[in-house]
Design a protein around this ligand. Structure first.
Ligand code: NAP
Length: 315
């Protein structure tokens, strides 16, 4: 069934992959302040979503059945230095979007594992959020804005990695480049998460759009790994040397925002709803590395070869 979909942050890491995946079968309008970088033509409105009167106009013209809200201020340290700005974008803009939608329109808010306290292994949707950073607090307020404004919502908490346009280097790309070029890199042994490759995330997101479920959902990978384990596994899969990779503590890093230590999540509810098993860290990294030279549309093409399951990584 073809649906009318609006995607905000459509030129960002996630938004662009969602655009490429949905554009084939749906009537999709993207909005971003940056240009489109995919290999297939799409309808993208290049504008600032906070510009006066723009939002109601876009929504009136596109008349969406689904809005996937990916636009955000995502730099955790920038948010820490300017929490007012973080709130304006991650909560204020989110509220403005939720309020302008028809009640029949499904609002999908992409949230983060950063709303979690960082003190619980494999947090579930029932675990109360206790964000530790300005970014996490602003995203939690964004979640609340959505929940207060419309019952027709999915609030999806995640932590993904992938290949961006190159305009802003993502964490996964930074680890890849450091390992590949043999640069000195410190990998944190004391920060745990359940990362998911962005294309695997998009597969699950698309499956969820066909479900009647509404509410909060965790969508991550199967394995709880430290940042160091993630980096070393990437090196193993990509056959990179780890001679220049050092193990370090996040406590010693000069970061503006002090990171929560364990934001691992269980994605069991998502598995039950989609019948898609959460991918292992190794599987995700194999796809990530195999996709390096592929275009956006090739990465997100339905029916791309699936990799066989591998055992979970032991922390
Ligand atoms: N990357 C992760 O690992 C991760 C983890 C957990 C959750 N998330 C969430 O997932 C979502 C997508 O993240 P991402 O990594 O794909 O982010 P991203 O690459 O930064 O993409 C977001 C895009 O939205 C744009 N944007 C922001 N505010 C805008 C505005 N007012 N008007 C128009 N465009 C605007 C950004 O432009 P600028 O770059 O100029 O701001 C950027 O192009 C976010 O909600 C984020 O909080 C991400």
């Amino acid at each position: 069934m073809t649906r009318r979909v609006v995607i905000t942050g459509a030129s960002g890491l996630l938004g662009a992959h969602v655009m490429a995946a949905l554009n084939r079968d749906h009537d999709v309008t993207g909005v971003d302040r940056h240009p489109w970088w995919g290999d297939e033509p799409v309808r993208l409105i290049q504008a600032d979503l906070e510009a006066p009167d723009l939002l109601p106009r876009i929504i009136a013209e596109a008349d969406p059945e689904v809005v996937i809200h990916c636009a955000a201020l995502t730099n955790v340290d920038v948010c820490e230095r300017d929490p007012g700005r973080a709130d304006a974008v991650n909560a204020g803009l989110t509220r403005a979007i939720a309020r302008v939608l028809a009640p029949t329109c499904l609002m999908v808010y992409i949230s983060t594992d950063g709303v979690l306290s960082g003190q619980e292994r494999f947090a579930s949707e029932g675990t109360p959020p206790v964000p530790r950073t300005a970014y996490g607090r602003s995203k939690w307020r964004g979640e609340q804005a959505v929940m207060e404004s419309t019952v027709n919502h999915l609030v999806i908490r995640t932590n993904f990695y992938g290949w961006s346009s190159g305009r802003k280097r993502t964490a996964g790309e930074w680890v890849y480049q450091s390992l590949r070029e043999g640069r000195d890199v410190t990998l944190f042994h004391d920060v745990y998460f359940t990362p998911i490759y962005v294309v695997d995330f998009v597969d699950r997101l698309l499956a969820l759009l066909d479900q009647p479920y509404r509410g909060v959902l965790h969508v991550g990978g199967r394995d709880r790994v430290s940042k160091e384990q993630f980096g070393r596994l990437m090196a193993e899969v990509g056959r990179f040397s780890t001679a220049h990779a050092r193990s370090g503590s996040v406590e010693d890093a000069p970061l503006a925002a002090s990171r929560p230590k364990d934001t691992s999540m269980t994605s069991q509810r998502c598995e039950e709803l989609t019948a898609l098993t959460a991918p292992s860290c190794r599987e995700g990294l194999q796809r990530f590395l195999a996709d390096r030279e592929r275009t956006l549309s090739q990465r997100t093409a339905a029916g791309r070869p699936k990799l066989s399951c591998s055992p979970p990584v032991e922390p």
